[in-house]
Design a protein around this ligand. Structure first.
Ligand code: FAD
Length: 290
């Protein structure tokens, strides 16, 4: 439980952090909140020679709407999301998920950027951002580039970030009127990673037809995934109980869980099916269409 010796750097600017990444290459790791990196270093699953702590860089902690997007700075801490009135009122899916991430002592330091950049299918924000159709902003030596969240999670603990890039911002399209979302998670005990989690975000028209929907799943495949087949089954439709059950069954069929201490494959699929149906019902209720 003692990390390998490492060199510690704490740049105060983004440009300085990128320069250090270029200098040290694959021997370096960015640290934001440290709540995933440090446990991995203690277990020696990560053995960086250089840790570049970006938590002191100013101007990367914010939550605001601008130009049609909700913009969240990568260094925004979970506690800020949890306490934000804007998030609570317009993005309840994010509030739901944030409240279920670990415990207050973790949420006081862990960042939303670190949660996504870590690329862990057990983390809760990846499915949330997939359901919300977010875009991630990455900054590197050649400037900024936008990455669609659908192209971000490449596989087991692997993201589209290059070794010399830093995730700086998450952009979420501002939902239209009559939108709602929900995150549900089955965990063995409060604060645990998900046995399975489900994120749903949807928009309805005035008559209650589903205009757009995002359905994404936590910890039931190597990387968090969007359940496209279930989304397609619901888009353009009135969301009857039968149709919701059909979509939930599709999501349960399309995920690819492993059997482990949290349960068997069949158990996890059955949880996904139940949670998808429940989350859609909550999202519809929150969309406020009678
Ligand atoms: C006891 C415990 C329980 C937890 N339970 C949950 C849970 O239920 N759900 C959940 O979602 N998470 C959970 N977590 C994880 C927690 O949310 C992590 O802190 C989070 O996943 C990583 O955020 P961080 O800011 O701490 O990142 P760090 O630990 O600093 O970094 C994690 C990884 O991302 C990279 N990285 C960090 N920031 C950036 C960036 N801006 N750009 C590029 N790369 C970057 C690092 O190099 C590292 O590889 C738990 C953690 C603990 C310790």
């Amino acid at each position: 439980m003692i990390p390998q010796a490492f060199n510690y750097e704490a740049p105060t600017t983004l440009a300085g952090a990128i320069a250090l990444l270029q200098k040290y290459g694959s021997d370096a790791k960015i640290m934001s909140g440290g709540h995933s990196l440090i446990p991995m270093m203690k277990l020696r699953l990560a053995t960086p020679e250089h840790v570049i702590d970006i938590s002191g860089i100013k101007g990367m902690e914010y939550i605001h709407e601008e130009g049609g997007y909700l913009k969240i700075g990568a260094l925004t801490k979970e506690v800020a999301l949890e306490e934000s009135q804007l998030i609570h009122s317009k993005y309840p899916l994010i509030t739901d998920a944030t409240k279920m991430i670990a415990d207050p002592s973790v949420r006081n330091l862990a960042t939303v950027g670190g949660n996504l950049a870590h690329g862990d299918a057990a983390n809760d924000h990846p499915a949330v951002m997939l359901a919300l159709r977010a875009t991630v902003l990455a900054s590197g030596p050649n400037g900024d580039r936008e990455i669609s969240i659908d192209d971000f999670f490449l596989g087991f603990f692997t993201t589209a970030l290059e070794a010399d890039e830093i995730l700086t911002e998450i952009r979420i399209p501002i939902p239209p009127a009559r939108s709602g979302g929900a995150y549900l998670k089955m965990e063995r005990k409060v604060g645990d990673y998900a046995t399975a989690g489900v994120a749903v975000q949807l928009s309805l028209d005035a008559s209650g037809h589903c205009q757009q929907i995002g359905i994404a799943l936590t910890n039931v495949s190597a990387a968090s995934l969007r359940s496209s087949r279930a989304e397609e089954a619901l888009r353009g439709q009135m969301l009857s109980d039968d149709l919701i059950q059909k979509a939930a069954t599709m999501a349960a069929q399309d995920c690819d869980p492993n059997a482990d201490l949290r349960g068997s494959v069949a158990y996890k699929r059955s949880i996904v099916k139940t949670l998808v149906a429940r989350a859609i019902h909550i999202a519809v209720e929150r969309a406020g269409v009678q």
